[in-house]
Ligand binder design. Structure first.
Ligand code: CA
Ligand code: CA
Length: 301
């Protein structure tokens, strides 16, 4: 199994990037990721205000997927997210949804034992997830720092990007150029204080292609649902984009009118907040698979 080491990182998703490894469709490989601080915080005495900010949110890659061409969909199956023994969470004055109430920077180191992490005497079940995962943006879109989410993915901080899920990305450039990092042992919807339980990890993935099909925003597939993951300047803009494409997929997938798809969405679609703390905010529109099958979603694109 190929391993891509955690010293091969990018801080910007650019349309043109030099790959560090090539993989084939159907290939299983492992990506070593750094935590969002590039491992700069190891003790509680170390505050986030002292770290080198040019090394925040490293994403390991880019990884070139053979045969991926613009106009395809890249399918990324998340097979495993390995947990380290320690994670870190911080507060930063001015950051997070209550930023103005944060009086000082604080660091907590969190012990992790495989199934649980421990915080102030609480035993919290882990739900490992990937915060930053994306591909090269289109030439028209231009470059995005790894800390920003957009149509190419990036810092989506969506807790359903977890073991057993599949993430679909639009392929904008030859080879797709996948990169990922910023894993969390656990994070709640919103990521309200600006961090989850931040960890380094070893992520095992399998990639594949859906040829000549186009999606606008990343889609996450879980056991029961499809999630259109959209971002915007604020939650309202992000919500509008997520719902717009959910309605479109229901319209084309179920062969019903746009008006009926809009009404159906109002009955069966859940709009969930992914994160409210990054430069763009992210929501996901959740469609149950009982309403829209895999075949109907992708065949009609
Ligand atoms: Ca993040
Ligand atoms: Ca993070």
């Amino acid at each position: 199994m190929k391993k891509i080491s955690s010293d091969k990182v990018i801080y910007t998703f650019k349309p043109k990037m030099e790959e560090v490894e090539k993989v084939l469709p159907d290939e299983i490989f492992q990506v070593e990721t750094n935590d969002c601080f590039y491992g700069q915080i190891k003790k509680e005495e170390q505050l986030v205000t002292e770290v080198d900010f040019s090394r925040i949110n490293p994403a390991t890659g880019p990884i070139y997927v053979e045969n991926a061409e613009p106009g395809d969909i890249l399918k990324v199956e998340i097979l495993d997210i390995e947990l380290p023994e320690k994670g870190v969470i911080v507060t930063v004055p001015g950051e997070g949804i209550l930023g103005e109430m944060v009086e000082r920077a604080k660091t907590n180191i969190i012990e992790i034992d495989g199934d649980f992490c421990y915080f102030n005497g609480l035993k919290i079940p882990v739900t490992p997830m990937i915060g930053v995962i994306g591909v090269a943006p289109s030439d028209e879109t231009g470059e995005y720092p790894t800390g920003s989410p957009w149509k190419h993915g990036g810092n989506m901080d969506t807790k359903d990007i977890t073991v057993g899920s599949i993430v679909y990305f639009p392929v904008n450039q030859p080879g797709a150029l996948l990169a990922l990092g910023d894993c969390h042992a656990v994070m709640g919807d919103g990521e309200v204080c600006v961090a989850g339980c931040e960890i380094n990890s070893k992520v095992t993935l399998k990639v594949n292609l859906i040829k000549r099909k186009k999606i606008e925003w990343p889609i996450v597939e879980t056991k029961d649902s499809w999630m259109i993951v959209a971002s915007g300047k604020n939650l309202e803009e992000a919500s509008k984009e997520a719902v717009k494409y959910a309605v479109k997929y229901l319209e084309t997938g179920l062969k019903i009118s746009w008006d009926d798809a809009y009404m159906l969405s109002s009955m069966i679609l859940d709009l969930k907040i992914s994160q409210v703390v990054d430069p763009n905010k992210t929501v996901r529109a959740v469609i149950p698979k009982s309403i829209l099958s895999l075949r109907n979603l992708f065949e009609k694109l």
